[in-house]
Design a protein around this ligand. Sequence first.
Ligand code: HEM
Length: 180
Amino acid sequence: MYGIVNKAIEDLVTEQFGTAVWKQVLDKSGVDVDFFISNEPYDDAITYSLAGTVAEVLNTSVSNVLVLFGEYWILKTGKEKYGGLLEAGGKNLREFLINLPSFHKRIMIMYPKLTPPEFELSHVEENSVWVHYFSKREGLKDFVQGLLQGLGKLYKTEIEIELLQDRDKGADHEIFKVRW
Ligand code: HEM
């Protein structure tokens, strides 16, 4: 994944737990990188290793780290570094989610080597939608959970998220029902 993702993990850990904890994560993970260049692609293994080691060092689960990171990605990385892009995504949560399937197309202009997630929407109602998540990568559904929670906070909308279908249970993609 692009360095911006690893850099955001570094920023999250540094801001919320301190530079000493980040140093410990780097040492323990064996990731031998002095600093991440945002617009350079890195091996996915680096991102997975960082997330796993953060969980170990903080004595929590990888799921928790991914949820935390998803929220951080929207509320800090997205808002501070890509505010315009997020705003262009919609004037409220419902509109943002309806536009989500095309969101990473705009990102590919900045990051042409992106391997983006794919989203589809169904069951679009006034107060709920089903968000279908497809990915070539494994194990990131909790990241999506955190991203959706972050979007709820961004739009100051209280939401409930229900996982209707799960790749871990044999399905070919995840379905999140988002209700507000
Ligand atoms: C300013 C906002 C955003 C930016 C700049 C951004 C950019 C990126 C980048 C650079 C990656 C790494 C992929 C790669 O390098 O190949 C990524 C992955 C991902 N993004 Fe976004 N993104 C944004 C918002 C969102 C939103 C709103 C969602 C969904 C709610 C989302 C869902 C994901 C997921 C799930 C992945 C993991 C990749 C996968 O599942 O295969 N992103 N994004």
